[in-house]
Design a protein around this ligand. Structure first.
Ligand SMILES: [Zn+2]
Length: 148
């Protein structure tokens, strides 16, 4: 896990310099039609940090190829300038480098309903799974990219 200082060193602080951050790092990704057909929960467009476009597409295509994409029931967002849940730190969502899925069934500090194989697909590509965090910070809906 990168520290908040490392993330700010790379991206700047989106809380205090939002527009420069967005202009430099954020983009609209048009989700490919074949991915949306396989995973109807995915939106048409995702506003994300450009560094996560390729690994997010890779994860989704890997899930589809393994037949695990049907576990995704809801898309619950990416970019959101806010603090971490239960913390004063800046959320990875404020940098546009995290996505939330199936929030209702994988709540913060609650149950994780993903299969172990589903989570392993994300880990194998280099994603951090909030499902792996300690009970106080466990966040099963949360997938975070720090492969930069
Ligand atoms: Zn999250």
């Amino acid at each position: 896990m990168k520290t908040q200082s490392q993330l700010i060193a790379k991206f700047g602080n989106p809380e205090v310099n939002r527009l420069p951050f967005e202009n430099k790092w954020m983009k609209v990704w048009i989700v490919p039609a074949d991915i949306r057909k396989a995973i109807p929960a995915m939106p048409e467009k995702i506003y994300l940090n450009k560094l996560i476009e390729a690994p997010l597409e890779k994860a989704l295509r890997s899930l589809i190829s393994h037949g695990m994409h049907e576990e995704i029931k809801t898309w619950n967002g990416c970019f959101n300038i806010r603090k971490k849940r239960g913390s004063s730190g800046i959320s990875a969502h404020a940098f546009g480098i995290a996505v939330d899925l199936n929030a209702a069934t994988n709540p913060f500090r609650g149950a994780v309903t993903w299969s172990k194989e589903f989570l392993q697909v994300w880990r194998d590509i280099g994603w951090i799974c909030g499902a792996d965090w300690s009970p106080a910070s466990k966040d099963g809906m949360h997938f975070q990219w720090e492969g930069f």
